[in-house]
Write a protein that binds this ligand. Sequence first.
Ligand code: ATR
Length: 279
Amino acid sequence: MTELPRIPLAGVIGHPIAHSRSPLLHGHWLARYGIKGHYIPMDVSAADLPQALAMLPKLGFVGVNVTIPHKEAVLKLADVVTDRAALIGAANTLIFRADGKIHADNTDGVGFMANLRQLAAHWQAATGPAALFGAGGAARAVIAALIEAGIPEIRIANRTRLRTEVLKRDFGGRLVIYDWSHAGDMLAGAALVINATSLGMTGKPDLRLPLDQLEAGAVATDLVYTPLMTPFLTEAQSRGAHIVDGLGMLLHQGAPGFERWFGQRPQVDDATRSAVLGQ
Ligand code: ATR
């Protein structure tokens, strides 16, 4: 009997998982490129994570995305960790290699940069300092990508100052720490302003910082994408900034995994945005 080719499976593991937009994104790309494959959301508890990672390749999975709360834990379970995932301290993309090894990467930073390149093409990392609000996992990915892109200075402020000090220890001299109470001062002369806190997300308080020092013509971007137009972006736009919403980062961070798993480099464009927004 001739063996039928195996249909590649991929998915996303997290806990909870129902909110994830990744199935819409990868489902859209699979349909668009006519690829016989499936992308499945899987609710995996922390206790079950090692067993799940051991079993998934045997079931036909070629890899998975990883979301909260497993992004750090998978690093210890992977056989090969990319430099950028190690530096960020978290992985969002796993590749189950044919030789049985688990390869862990973090594509959040490349997603962030690709989104800016697409929607703020005139901005260049070397143009001037960036101002960053927040010091969580998302901020780490942004810092790693900006440093790799050659940014001269990253000003950073976070409610919990200790976390910015840890970042400075890990990423070095280009980080300049500001106190959260003076975060607005970071904006003077900044070419790029980034909200990497969860403030502004539906159900959370707004990011209430004085934006009067924001330069007209600066690029302002928010990692929050629910809603697409956060109060921060609305105000930045009214002050003459060029705004970039956070949805594109989500779309672009998914592209490297899709390409590795299914062998097709996917496009990120208006059709992709609409599919993920459920329009
Ligand atoms: P992620 O991995 O998405 O970055 P996180 O590690 O929980 O998530 O980080 C969330 C970020 O939002 C942090 O910078 C957090 O500030 P703290 O380090 O002080 O917790 C910030 N954040 C969340 N709620 C906040 C609030 N009410 N005021 C100010 N900052 C807040």
